[in-house]
Write a protein that binds this ligand. Structure first.
Ligand code: C2O
Ligand code: CU
Length: 511
């Protein structure tokens, strides 16, 4: 069964020689899509002969882009990470699962911007795996997408990922094979900027997750059940719904929600001092759950989304979709405060405690009033001045029509196609590219573009820089990016079940 779900991911073939597989596959796919894609490209580029030659993940253009990122005299931050099957205690609930280095979340990796990150990943899993460095503008052959940028790491083998770190911020990593990320395979990656003053006294990484592995079904079995029975079936609970998400809030109901690997009855306690300013780096590593996060008795000031700075915006709670990161500042009062991550539109929440003094620890069912206050979403935010993209007319626009649901089985598509029949979206290096995510389904999709940080341009021309953005039902989100990182870049819904059921495409640099 896992073999077959892997086959689906890589588009129906599993080949020991990745380069040939990749190139021939891309060529076939791109050639097969000559009709629309090539005609559009020719029109845009003012050419008459639409010959699209994809830039491979190891092409000279990729090397050149990496050289341009490299800092003279850069030092290397080296790590080893082991993926394996483990038994983990979530706080009184013990589960058999897969994790990095035996812990959930996996080990925190930190490095400085400009450094080279070098991570040797040993695969102790029974299945092939890869690691994707979510949100990073890195060299394409290190992006971790099997069948597109690398061959998977076979069981008992290892691979060393090595690339320059171009931007500071809050990032994370996870496999890009099947539903592996909905097990315990996820971990934070924080890239520091030593020259950033940092107006805070301490910082903490807060990783949110929805959890079911080892409680009866594996994520693979859930996907199979969704495929055979359709979503929101009785056995998985009622229909999750959220006004904030524009309707349907998910396909899977989870028994647990975790904050830093702990269930709400056994929360992590973070010690701090009254009056301290904390930076909380929130990461949503969930498979099918958006979270609404609040800290009892406090307001939150959002300073970054997806690693990039925004103009500070203060509210009572923040909404964070799967794959997204939100950094917030809080100035702490005196007492014991619940940091609550409500599974948006679902039943249940994750919990951590921030303790600066005496006071009874709040219980797992605490729901601070701030949760019902002003919820900060992407629509409130503006990019910080130093990360604004020039407001240029795009050289090329791609529409990504998002559809799917129960009709004809559990199937989610981009422009009418599942990933096994993908028509890549061609771009050329140097262009300003506009992506228009057009949601024609009844569910929200956190859409993620690999290797780039786009700028959201909806009502506001100067929306936040992001790599993952929630697109609500019947909404269109406009995302502009500068095509400055050649290669083949997966673009997909970060709902792991939607992605596996087809909602993925490729942003394909062509010559
Ligand atoms: Cu976290 Cu393809 O992404
Ligand atoms: Cu989706």
């Amino acid at each position: 069964m896992r073999e077959s779900s892997f086959r689906r991911r890589v588009g129906g073939s599993y080949h020991p020689e990745p380069k040939q597989l990749r190139l021939s596959r891309r060529q076939v796919l791109v050639a097969g899509g000559t009709g629309l894609a090539a005609a559009a490209l020719a029109a845009c580029a003012g050419q008459t002969a639409p010959l699209l030659r994809p830039i491979g993940p190891r092409g000279p253009e990729v090397e050149a882009a990496e050289r341009a990122r490299a800092v003279a005299g850069a030092t290397t931050a080296s790590f080893k990470v082991n993926s394996g099957a483990v038994t983990v205690d979530l706080g009184g609930v013990t589960v058999d699962t897969w994790a990095y280095d035996g812990v959930i979340p996996g080990p925190l990796l930190t490095a400085d911007v400009g450094q080279i990150l070098e991570v040797t990943v040993a695969n102790g899993l029974p299945d092939p795996t890869t690691v994707h460095w979510h949100g990073l503008a890195l060299r394409n052959d290190m992006d971790g997408v099997p069948g597109l940028t690398q061959s998977p790491i076979a069981p008992r083998e290892s691979m060393t990922y090595r690339f320059s770190l171009a931007h500071p911020g809050t990032y994370w990593f996870h496999p890009h094979v099947g539903t592996q990320l909905d097990r315990g395979l996820y971990a934070p990656l924080i890239i520091n900027d030593p020259s950033e003053p940092g107006a805070y006294d301490a910082e903490h990484v807060i990783v949110l997750d929805d959890w079911l592995d080892g409680t009866g079904e594996t994520p693979d079995q859930v996907l199979d059940r969704l495929r055979s029975e359709g979503m929101d079936m009785g056995g998985m609970g009622g229909s999750p719904a959220s006004e904030e998400l524009g309707g349907d809030a998910g396909d899977v109901v989870y028994p647990y929600y975790l904050v830093n690997g702990r269930i709400g009855t056994a929360p992590q306690a973070i010690d701090a001092l009254p009056g301290q300013r904390l930076r909380l780096r929130l990461i949503n590593a969930g498979g099918d759950t958006a979270f609404r996060v609040a800290l009892g008795g406090h307001q939150l000031t959002v300073t970054h989304t997806d690693g990039f700075p925004v103009q500070p915006f203060t509210g009572d709670a923040v909404l964070i979709g799967m794959g997204e990161r939100v950094d917030v500042l809080v100035t702490l009062g005196d007492g014991a405060f619940p940091l609550v991550s409500v599974a948006e539109g679902k039943d249940g929440a994750g919990l951590a405690l921030i303790r600066t003094g005496d006071g009874a620890a709040p219980g797992p069912d605490i729901r601070p009033a701030e949760l019902a206050g002003r919820v900060v979403t992407v629509r409130d935010l503006r990019a910080a001045d130093d990360v604004l993209l020039a407001d240029r007319r795009p050289d090329r626009t791609h529409e990504l029509v998002l559809e799917g649901g129960m009709d004809g089985g559990y199937r989610w598509t981009i422009n009418g196609r599942t990933f096994d029949r993908v028509e890549p979206l061609p771009v050329r290096a140097g262009e300003t590219v506009r992506l228009r995510f057009i949601n024609r389904s009844m569910m929200f999709h956190p859409m993620h573009v690999h290797g780039h940080t786009f700028q959201v341009r909806n009502e506001q021309r100067d929306g936040p820089r992001k790599d993952t953005v929630i697109v609500r039902p019947m909404e269109t989100v406009v995302a502009d990016l500068v095509a400055d990182n050649p290669g083949q870049w997966l673009t997909h819904c970060h709902n792991i079940y939607h992605g596996e059921a087809g909602m993925m495409t490729t942003l394909s640099y062509v010559l």
